[in-house]
Design a protein around this ligand. Structure first.
Ligand SMILES: NC(=O)c1ccc[n+]([C@@H]2O[C@H](COP(=O)([O-])OP(=O)(O)OC[C@H]3O[C@@H](n4cnc5c(N)ncnc54)[C@H](OP(=O)(O)O)[C@@H]3O)[C@@H](O)[C@H]2O)c1
Length: 263
């Protein structure tokens, strides 16, 4: 999947208004950068004003139309305030990338894992998708081509994780992160069903294993490569899919293989 392919799939001539949560660093920052480079007005969601301002400044210096939006995805009031601001300043939303997230407890097996880590990640990685999507859905419904991208992971795919021939079968560790992303996948399927008769598409993104703070920069892919997955789903044409988990295919021989993954 090349960057030019993504540019070609951009919808229409009108400037797209795109919000990315957790956009001050990592895959979210690169997603905001790519959206800006492809001509969108980018609403850069960040919970920390200083980190958010620094990212906003960087992307503006590169020529993008970027606006910092204070947004802590675990704080209902913060989410409501962000939606009210976007409504009053922009009137609609074309793209929502639910990107903010974290990982915890990769060391422990399920039988020794800490339930509090699961609670924390369900709140941050999963419940936030509902809070943010519901707050912004009225604005997305005003778009001619609304796109919701829920940043998930192949480790949230039960099909991939239980495939004895697959690359994740031998993966051990706490269930907290995979379970939080499996639930994001289910949310994606359910929102896509609910919105099937509207112009809003809802898909889950698998960025692949990318070097970011989340994993101590251990991933072999770059954050920009991961962000290209979200960009692709953000710019899906009218005949594109809704209700799929799409992105990097770890099982493929070619490291640049992309496609639909099993739930
Ligand atoms: N890296 C990978 O290999 C990989 C693979 C599959 C999926 N993903 C997913 O990709 C997404 C981005 O992860 P990343 O790898 O780019 O990690 P990252 O570099 O650690 O970035 C995470 C982002 O989420 C933000 N965030 C955390 N809690 C938040 C909250 N309560 N409200 C708003 N923002 C919050 C962080 O902000 P602060 O700076 O304020 O903490 C940061 O901007 C996550 O959903 C992750 O699960 C990553």
């Amino acid at each position: 999947m090349s960057e030019s392919q993504n540019k070609q799939s951009t919808n229409g001539d009108d400037t797209r208004i795109a919000l990315v949560t957790g956009a001050n660093k990592g895959i979210g920052l690169e997603t905001a950068r790519l959206l800006g480079e492809t001509g969108a007005t980018v609403l850069l969601g960040a919970r920390d004003p200083e980190r958010g301002s620094a990212a906003e400044r960087d992307l503006r210096d590169e020529g993008s139309d970027v606006h910092l939006v204070a947004l802590d995805v675990t704080d209902q009031q913060s989410v409501k305030a962000a939606a009210a601001r976007v409504e009053s300043e922009f009137g609609r939303l074309d793209v929502l990338v639910n990107n903010a997230g974290a990982a915890l407890g990769f060391g422990a097996a399920p039988s020794t894992s800490d339930p509090d880590q699961l609670r924390t990640l369900l709140d941050l990685n999963t419940v936030s998708v509902v809070t943010v999507t519901n707050a912004f859905l009225p604005l997305l419904r005003r778009s001619a081509a609304g796109r919701v991208v829920n940043v998930s992971s192949e480790v949230g795919s039960i099909g991939s994780m239980t495939d004895p021939e697959g690359p994740f079968f031998g993966m051990s560790g706490s269930p907290a992160y995979p379970v939080s992303k499996t639930a994001v996948n289910m949310l994606t399927a359910l929102y896509a069903k609910e919105l099937a008769d509207t112009s809003v598409k809802v898909n889950a993104a698998n960025p692949g294993f990318c070097a970011t703070d989340l994993n101590g920069h251990s991933g072999p892919r770059s954050a920009r490569q991961g962000a290209l997955v979200s960009l692709h789903l953000a710019n899906l044409p009218e005949d594109g899919p809704s209700g799929v988990l799409w992105g990097h295919l770890a099982s493929a021989q070619d490291p640049e293989s992309y496609g639909v993954l099993p739930w």
